[in-house]
Design a binder for this molecule. Structure first.
Ligand SMILES: [Mn+2]
Length: 399
């Protein structure tokens, strides 16, 4: 059987909303052409409570998939994962869809609507011409809880099936920033293929001697250098054990550099424009990130360059994002500094926020009955700060 793996569509992502929608659509329709089934390791949506318009986008995309003539079908699911469709499109919620325990998330809703099969904390079996493929999933959760969940669920491969384990977490070997991040050898043993989401660049590695594949996101989100690679999805052939990466049409992203060393503000502006121009030749309207480094010369101050004006001058030709990581004299605290230095190169901002939160709580000797990561979830569950704090307080007092 051919299994397509496409991830992290981030539907509803504000900055590149059209790109997110179009590139998700391209990935899924091309995946349906190329494979017998599709596995989605999380972050279909960019937020926990997508607006109706965004949910409508997703419904349209998945309904089109449902209408296709599939040769494979979902024939069995675990008790926790009722399959309301036989269409072989299987997904788990990611960290962007994560909600406090007991609350429904947007991916579960698509499952209830029969547009996909939600395999979080359980499994489903796909069958085609006598061949059976089992997919066991664990939805994205706080990193510090992942080991406990692995222990309590104890996922096992299924006899007579090619078994796939799907999750949505940071992996320590790829992001060695926290001991909470799982190591590849801690993943459940015995599966024939491991699939992870969450990480937005493509990764091909191993766990227990089997492939561990991370397709990366289908849309540009973090504007990091490693996101310059083409977007797309994997197709894994269970018979041959081989896989390939399929590129989709996606907006180009180019990182360029301009050095401020000894330059006047005017000279620096010219250097920035030249750098942007080099990125324009590849066609389309690319996102160009300009990293300005060094020290501006002779009394000229960094602030003399009107970065907004430069970005505006390229409107319609490029989306320009100018950052000044190396410019001296910019005030920053150590945390922001770490972010600028790219220490956390591909660490999702939310995880980074959680890390800071835990650090601060430790300092204040937090020891209330709700775990710190649950508290973080509660506090970030609502866009209204007052409402989030109120809910968190109610929950704390109720425990
Ligand atoms: Mn993501």
């Amino acid at each position: 059987m051919k299994i397509a793996i496409a991830s992290d569509f981030h539907l509803g992502y504000e900055r590149f909303r059209k790109d997110a929608f179009e590139q998700c659509q391209a990935a899924l329709s091309e995946a349906a052409e190329a494979a017998d089934a599709i596995v989605i390791p999380g972050d279909i949506f960019d937020m926990r409570a997508p607006k109706p318009d965004v949910i409508a986008e997703a419904i349209n995309i998945f309904r089109n998939l449902s209408k296709r003539q599939w040769k494979a079908a979902v024939v069995e699911a675990s008790a926790a994962n009722k399959a309301y469709t036989s269409v072989p499109v299987l997904a788990i919620p990611g960290t962007h869809e994560r909600r406090a325990r007991g609350a429904e998330n947007a991916v579960t809703l698509l499952g209830l609507a029969g547009l996909l099969v939600d395999v979080s904390d359980g499994y489903a079996v796909i069958e085609k011409g006598g061949e059976r493929v089992m997919v066991y999933g664990i939805g994205g959760i706080a990193e510090e809880r992942f080991r406990d969940v692995l222990k309590s669920l104890s996922p096992k491969p299924k006899e007579g099936c090619f078994s796939i384990f799907v999750f949505h977490q940071s992996v320590h070997e790829l992001l060695p920033f926290s001991d909470d991040f799982v190591y590849t050898d801690e993943l459940p043993k015995g599966f024939d293929l491991y699939v992870d989401g969450h990480i937005h660049n493509r990764v091909e590695t191993e766990s227990h001697g089997k492939h561990l594949l991370i397709p990366g996101s289908t849309v540009l989100t973090q504007l990091k250098a490693m996101e310059q690679e083409p977007k797309g999805f994997f197709v894994f052939d269970t018979k041959s054990g081989k896989y390939e990466f399929h590129r989709i049409k996606s907006r180009r992203f180019v990182v360029v550099h301009a050095e401020a060393n000894g330059k006047s503000a005017d000279e620096l502006e010219s250097a920035i424009r030249e750098a942007i121009d080099t990125a324009l030749s590849g066609g389309g309207v690319p996102v160009v990130r300009v990293e300005v480094g060094g020290k501006v010369g002779n009394g000229a101050r960094n602030i003399d360059v009107d970065y907004n004006r430069v970005a505006k001058a390229y409107e319609g030709r490029a989306v320009v994002d100018i950052v000044k990581p190396g410019i001296e004299g910019v005030e920053h605290d150590s945390d922001a500094d770490a972010l600028r230095k790219g220490e956390l190169e591909s660490m999702p901002v939310k995880d980074y926020g959680l890390g800071l939160f835990l650090k601060k709580l430790k300092v204040s000797k937090y020891n209330l009955p709700i775990s710190a990561s649950q508290l973080f979830d509660l506090l970030s569950a609502d866009t209204s700060k007052d409402k989030a704090v109120k809910t968190a307080l109610e929950k704390l007092l109720a425990e």
